[in-house]
Design a protein around this ligand. Structure first.
Ligand code: SAM
Length: 282
């Protein structure tokens, strides 16, 4: 063992993480799970050789993906998470007292079982919250069924390789739109535009055909290497226009404290896109 983990997500760019103690390395029915310790990022979970979550920087991704749509919406009662097996997205969504129901549709029960055992701080009790329903299924199949609507849908998936590929299709997005309640917001994990421009371009093409408001917002997660990552944003409502002061009032009313990345000011700024990203979604 070289002592280093080389991420193999990109063709011509690699990131290396020093691999300290190897805690787990096994195949589930869907993907290869590997967990090791790194001096900077703490525990690092990879699926099929791609960094999924680290205990060091997961707060950035989970705060920005969950609180941005929920606070912009302003009256979210139900949230659907597609993927999210580590439990971090459920943890953040469940911080909102107004959210009465979170459904997590995760294809790989092994990720949940594993994360509860080896990454308990990521879910932080979310899996025991009575408001959470976990459904073990392919998110693409679940979303295609007739069923309840959601105020916010968060696609907290792997990259469009392996089981995650179906979650980046026009068909999936069309079904997701049909499962949104009026004024609902769809947010997607959409990769690092500098290194994965086609991923964002393709999603935005589909969103522009589906939603009155189709754009993305950005946040920089150190272990999603290559620059800021994009969160796809699609809605027919006005949620994106919510003023910073209104967001601040909603955050205060929620009683949520101790966030380390999200703030109303960061929320609004995240939608200010640099030219190279704006060109991808235009
Ligand atoms: N934060 C990570 C990122 O941005 O890449 C995502 C983390 S979360 C662990 C990704 C989850 O998506 C995994 O648990 C994986 O099993 C799940 N997943 C992949 N394809 C899926 C599908 N088709 N339906 C439901 N869950 C899926």
């Amino acid at each position: 063992m070289s002592g280093w983990f080389d991420e193999t997500l990109h063709q011509a760019y690699r990131q290396g993480l020093r691999e300290g103690r190897l805690l787990y390395d096994s195949e589930t029915a869907h993907q290869r799970l590997r967990l090791f310790e790194n001096p900077v990022f703490g525990r690092v979970l990879t699926l099929d050789g791609v960094v999924q979550v680290t205990t060091g920087d997961e707060f950035i991704y989970h705060e920005m993906m969950a609180h941005t749509p929920i606070l912009a919406h302003g009256a979210a009662r139900s949230v659907l998470i597609v993927g999210g097996g580590d439990g971090g997205m459920a943890r953040e969504a469940l911080k909102h007292p107004g959210v009465g129901r979170v459904v997590m549709v995760e294809i790989d029960a092994g990720v949940i079982e594993f994360s509860r055992k080896f990454l308990p701080g990521v879910s932080a009790g979310a899996f025991d919250d009575p408001r959470l329903e976990v459904v073990i299924a392919d998110g693409a199949e679940y979303i295609a069924r007739q069923g309840e609507s959601f105020d916010v849908i968060l696609v907290d998936s792997t990259d469009p390789i392996g089981p995650g590929e179906v979650l980046f299709t026009e068909t999936f997005y069309g079904h997701a739109k049909r499962r949104l309640a009026p004024g609902g917001v769809l947010v997607t994990q959409n990769g690092v535009p500098f290194l994965q421009p086609d991923e964002l371009r393709n999603t935005m093409r589909a969103f522009r055909a589906l939603f009155a408001d189709a754009t993305c917002y950005l946040a920089t997660i150190p272990t999603y290497a290559g620059g800021p990552m994009a969160f796809g944003w699609g809605t027919d409502g006005q949620a994106r226009e919510t003023a910073e002061e209104t967001l601040a009032g909603r955050l205060a009313a929620s009683g949520i404290e101790g966030l380390r990345y999200y703030s109303p000011a960061v929320h609004k700024a995240a939608f200010a896109l640099p030219g190279y990203v704006a060109a991808l979604i235009g």
